[in-house]
Design a protein around this ligand. Structure first.
Ligand SMILES: CC(C)=CCC/C(C)=C/CC/C(C)=C/CC/C(C)=C/CC/C(C)=C/CC/C(C)=C/CC/C(C)=C/COP(=O)(O)OP(=O)(O)O
Ligand SMILES: O=P(O)(O)OC[C@@H](O)CO
Ligand SMILES: [Mg+2]
Length: 237
């Protein structure tokens, strides 16, 4: 069951089907010791470019799932699908609207056990995902804690994803999310590019996701695996 499986992830890479990655860099990422490779992005994602990247990753022993961001880009037959819902979106479309359309479209073909819903809180106002979803990013710590509680106690989501895509986030905000959570998994993603940043977020979050760094500096990206995995997640932060 995917929602159980993702609980064991400490580190994952997110690869964008709309960006170019050399075979050499892909090999290094896939053999890095990361727990999973997530294929997905906000813009320019199609079924063709997703399938192509998923096929390339499948040459390696690493676990690989698709993060679905559009109805047309779903690639059937994979081991797992991450389904975002953006809790602080400005329009219901990104909370439950597109998901409703997808369930209507795919209906009985959906392998429910292989899906896990991620409750996103999008916090970088300049990211494409924030602009696309009209996310309300001016949040206080108490707002983020409340989203954590909603994710866990009202919606029973397997994971809350604190998303700073493109910039390194505010650790105190990630801690605020942590304060709202008990058993729901806390995922952090955004701007991790050096050891201090990787270790700082790994001390608070259950799972750290690294994306853009793969395309800027694959060597450093590979290093993040060790930095995150060597760090103990602190309790009570
Ligand atoms: C046999 C068969 C057909 C099988 C398939 C069955 C199946 C798996 C069906 C899917 C079921 C389902 C419920 C799908 C949901 C589909 C959907 C469209 C959901 C909405 C997703 C959503 C809210 C998207 C908004 C954007 C978003 C949150 C994307 C997540 C990824 C993300 C944040 C990437 C970061 O983007 P990046 O490219 O890095 O850009 P920026 O850094 O600039 O933000
Ligand atoms: O690309 P970066 O900034 O590393 O963020 C990772 C991930 O959270 C993006 O969805
Ligand atoms: Mg990005």
């Amino acid at each position: 069951m995917l929602r159980q499986w993702i609980k064991g992830w400490r580190h994952a890479f997110k690869l964008d089907p709309d960006r170019v990655l050399s075979d050499r860099a892909l090999e290094r990422i896939c053999l890095s010791g990361t727990d999973a490779v997530i294929v997905g992005g906000t813009e320019g994602v199609t079924q063709n470019n997703s399938r192509e990247l998923l096929d390339r990753v499948s040459e390696y022993p690493v676990k690989c799932v698709q993060e679905v961001s559009g109805l047309e880009s779903v690639v059937p037959g994979l081991d797992g699908y991450l389904i975002p819902t953006v809790l602080n979106a400005g329009d219901l479309q990104w909370v439950v609207g597109l998901q409703h359309q997808a369930v209507k479209k795919f209906g009985e073909w959906i392998p429910w056990e292989d899906l896990a819903v991620l409750g996103y809180v999008v916090l970088n106002p300049n990211s494409r995902v924030a602009r696309l979803t009209g996310s309300r990013t001016e949040l206080a710590s108490s707002d983020v804690t409340a989203y954590g509680r909603i994710a866990e106690h009202l919606f029973h989501l397997p994971a809350l994803y604190v998303e700073y895509s493109g910039v390194y986030g505010d650790p105190s905000i990630v801690e605020a999310a942590r304060n709202g959570l008990d058993s729901t998994q806390l995922i952090y993603g955004g701007g991790v590019s050096n050891e201090e940043q990787a270790r700082r977020m790994a001390a608070v979050a259950d799972t750290v996701i690294v994306g853009n760094l793969v395309y800027r500096n694959a060597d450093a990206a590979v290093e993040t695996v060790h930095w995150v995995k060597e760090t103990t997640r602190l309790s009570g932060v």
